[in-house]
Write a protein that binds this ligand. Structure first.
Ligand code: NDP
Length: 337
């Protein structure tokens, strides 16, 4: 059993040596347990927060020397659990390793899925995040302007496509020309802007002539600085993530922009609300899976996967995710289906 453990708390951007590849014996299930073989491992930005010495509050940090956590699509290879049979495909939390044990409590049977890895992307946690954040907090109305950054990523691509289905005008923000093209030509966004363009703020203003009604916050940083003055009276800002800051070791240099933020929220009666998707599972996740499954099957929502092959690629791919090198939902294929 190969596994990656946390070797050191990163300072700034994680480095390959912050992860350690170990080989351990394949564990044996006890009564009430199953043995899982990882087929696909999801790599997600939140993992950076769990590598820090002090956790983010919504989940426990990974202790030094412990396996890196992560969502997986896994195959039950041995079962001593009454509800699971060998051969079954499940959504699991096996982490960055070939094999893991589970008592079944955190497993979701996947049945026969044509592309099981989508259960880690648009049909799973990131898609659910987009759905809940956009519809509960963003509440886009037909004709309104919705802006989303990391717009070809796991969450952002779904946010933009659901907003289109709800009749909104959608402006994406991405890093790079190929992602821009994809957002407009494949995902059907009305416009898409490159956050690295020196004229980025002007281009955003030009792409949002009627201002911004919903800003789905995935990134923070310079993108948020450009968005803030364009927000309309009554705008809604679901705060999903702020990846531009995850690798910061210290508070950003001044000037202090908090007064400007608070003044804008107050004067424009803006609702800015954070959410953690873990709070929303249960029955609602099943309803989401059904609806999104229909949209995907009908071609109304497109899901792009950025797949890397082999567990040994996980650290580099994860470091790339934090720099925008992924194009679509990042998954590692650990073993053949
Ligand atoms: P993505 O697949 O979108 O990948 C991350 C993307 O972030 C990169 O591809 C890059 O896109 C963008 N990015 C990286 N660095 C920067 C930067 N410095 N400035 C601006 N953009 C940057 O990841 P996810 O869809 O999985 O996650 C998107 C956000 O949602 C994250 O902030 C994540 O933490 C958050 N999240 C929150 C959840 C919750 O419960 N609240 C649950 C799931 C995700 P590009 O190069 O195109 O700009």
């Amino acid at each position: 059993n190969r596994r990656y453990t946390l070797a050191a708390h990163p300072r700034g951007l994680p480095a390959p040596q912050d992860f350690r590849l170990e080989t351990t014996p394949v564990p044996t299930p006890a009564d009430g347990q199953v043995l899982l073989r990882t087929l696909y491992l999801s790599l997600d930005p939140y993992m950076r927060n769990l590598m820090a010495e002090v956790g983010p509050g919504y989940a426990d940090p990974v202790p030094l020397g412990a396996p890196m956590v992560g969502g997986t699509v896994s195959r039950v290879v041995a079962s001593r659990h009454p509800k699971f049979a060998a051969g079954e495909l499940v959504l699991a939390n096996a982490g960055w390793q070939d094999y893991a044990l589970s008592d079944g409590a955190d497993l979701l049977p996947l049945g026969d899925m044509a592309q099981p890895s989508l259960a880690l992307g648009g049909l799973g946690m990131p898609g659910f995040t987009a759905h809940v954040g956009l519809l509960d907090i963003g509440q886009p109305r037909p004709g309104e302007t919705v802006v989303v950054a990391a717009a070809t990523g796991a969450v952002g691509a779904v946010v933009g496509q659901i907003a289109k289905l709800k009749g909104a005008r959608v402006v994406g923000i991405v890093g790079g020309a190929d992602k821009r093209r994809y957002a407009v030509e494949e995902l059907g966004f009305d416009a898409c802007i490159d956050r690295r363009d020196p004229q980025f703020a002007q281009q955003l203003a030009a792409a949002c002539p009627a201002g911004i009604d919903v800003y789905f916050e995935n990134v923070g940083g310079a993108v948020f600085d450009a968005v803030l003055p364009r927000l309309n009276v009554g705008a809604r800002v679901p705060v999903c993530g702020f990846i531009a800051h995850y690798n910061e070791a210290a508070a950003p240099a001044g000037p202090d922009r908090l007064p400007q933020l608070v003044a804008t929220l107050l004067q424009k009666r803006i609702r800015m609300q954070g959410f953690i998707i873990l709070d929303h599972y249960g029955e609602r996740f099943e309803a989401f899976r059904r609806e999104m499954g229909e949209w995907v099957a009908a071609g109304r929502v497109k899901l792009r996967e950025d797949r890397v092959d082999g567990l040994e690629q996980a650290p580099e791919a994860f470091i790339g995710l934090l720099q925008g090198r992924n194009f679509g939902k990042l998954v590692v294929r650990v073993a053949q289906d």
